[in-house]
Design a protein around this ligand. Structure first.
Ligand code: PLP
Length: 440
């Protein structure tokens, strides 16, 4: 009997025993190259001794304090460090335990903001098709991910969705990147107008779509257009950097790529790099000012919000990243990975639309590159590929839009070195080669 639920009922999994750097090991002595950092999470790799030491040290002093009774030095330091790293006046931080809770916090803060400003009619949050913001009911309500919303319809908020920004499938023939960015942003504006901006509190987007689409990078200029549209229509912009934040794309935050400052920025996964369940939200000053000048009540928080052990863990992760200049490594290894993936796509006709930034890459399987036709959904392409990679001792993350599920995510730990990247690409090639037969 497994200790886990649902996914494990019909399936057995290897028992992991330990990890070191980009590698994991199981009880049968097998080695796995972690090509996706678990779920884009184990960003500094496994078994980092200095993080374990920092956790032990903090736990020995004080592991838990409650946020309405005390603050603590690690949580305050972490808030200071993150707000200094973030763009613009994202000057406030709040900590939760998961990306889903960060999404919930964002909904409540956005709606609360307008209520405090005397505009209670602005209560809707607009999501985007092909997106994922978490499994809790509010987060799921904003997620344009049909496969993860089955049967919950009546329990979800009736939020609407704007069209995606996904050039490979939705740009028109001959349309250049700039024109597509403009058209996709206009479609977003239209979706807000259809809802009546007077009722919309906020919109939420991932700067690069992760699990829902298999790394969808928007066309250049799209994100900054969304910022401009939100300002013009008086709607808050929430950017979900749960995957992209804390260095994954080669900047601390992917929003910086287009100099966009969201009103609320969500982080998770890489914030603690998997060493402790911590997520967070950064808020611009005007959001906090509205509370301060309004009711003065901040009705947020969970038992473990801002606990010293979690915060000390995140600080140790940031120390590690800064000391080793991890952002530079992300850019260098990202170029190597991109080059390797593009080269594979020239040699294997089933591999299409290599897309990504830094160390967050995806591609999708097609019958052939000319027709762009996705393989039959019954083939379960992404999962088949995961198995082919596993046979090579490589872990990758299955993704793509249901029911096609024909995309894959590559997001190795940000510490991966040149030789390990070469090994990853060699294993990947063997698995892609096997896929040519599956999708015939
Ligand atoms: N937001 C994004 C972009 C995610 O990819 C995820 C999880 O994959 C979440 C939010 C939810 O995070 P969690 O699983 O920690 O609740």
């Amino acid at each position: 009997m497994s200790a886990l639920l649902k996914q494990t009922i019909d399936k057995t999994y290897p028992v992991v025993t330990h990890g070191q750097g980009v590698y994991l090991y199981d009880s049968a002595g097998r080695q796995y190259l972690d090509g996706c950092s678990g779920a884009m999470t184990a960003n500094i790799g496994h078994g980092v001794e200095e993080v374990a030491e920092a956790m032990k040290d903090q736990a020995g002093r004080v592991a838990f304090t409650y946020r309405t009774q005390f603050t603590n030095a690690p949580a305050e330091d972490l808030a200071r460090r993150l707000t200094a790293m973030a763009p613009g006046d994202l000057d406030w931080a709040f900590f939760v335990n998961s990306g889903s809770e960060a999404s919930e916090f964002a909904i409540r803060s956005a709606v609360g903001y307008w209520r405090e400003r005397g505009v209670p009619g602005k209560f809707k949050v607009l999501g985007r098709n092909i997106s994922y913001h978490g499994m809790t009911m509010g987060a799921l309500s904003m997620s344009g991910h049909a496969a993860r919303r089955p049967d919950y319809g009546p329990l979800l908020h009736a939020f609407s969705f704007a069209p995606p920004a996904y050039a490979y499938r939705f740009a028109q023939p001959g349309e250049n990147e700039e024109d597509y960015a403009l058209r996709a942003a206009r479609a977003f504006e239209e979706a807000i107008r259809n809802e009546d901006p007077g009722t919309v509190a906020a919109v939420i987007v991932e700067p690069i779509v992760g699990a829902a689409g298999g790394v969808l990078t928007p066309p250049a200029g799209y994100l900054s257009r969304l910022r401009e549209i939100c300002d013009r229509l008086n709607v808050l912009l929430i950017i979900d950097e749960v995957i992209t934040g804390i260095g994954r794309t080669g900047d601390w935050f992917a929003s910086s790529y287009e100099n966009v400052v969201p009103d609320l920025l969500l982080m998770g996964k890489g914030l603690s790099a998997g060493y402790s369940p911590v997520a967070g939200v950064l808020l611009r000053s005007h959001i906090v000012d509205a509370l301060r000048e309004g009711s003065g009540v901040a009705p947020f928080g969970h038992t473990f919000s801002g606990n010293p052990l979690g915060a000390a863990t995140c600080l140790a992760v940031l120390d590690f990243m800064e000391r080793r200049n991890i952002l530079a490594n992300v850019r260098q290894r990202g170029e190597q990975l991109e080059e390797g993936l593009l080269s594979l796509a020239t040699r294997y006709r089933c591999m299409a639309d290599v897309r990504g930034r830094g160390l967050l890459w995806g591609f999708e399987f097609v019958m052939d590159q000319e027709s762009k036709q996705a393989p039959d959904p019954s083939l379960g392409t992404a999962n088949t590929f995961v198995q082919e990679c596993l046979a090579q001792g490589l872990i990758v993350y299955p993704a793509g839009i249901a029911p096609l599920n024909n995309a894959v995510i590559l997001s190795p730990p940000l510490v991966i070195n040149e030789e390990e990247t070469r090994v990853l690409l060699a294993k990947l090639e063997k698995a892609v080669c096997a896929m040519e037969r599956h999708v015939e």
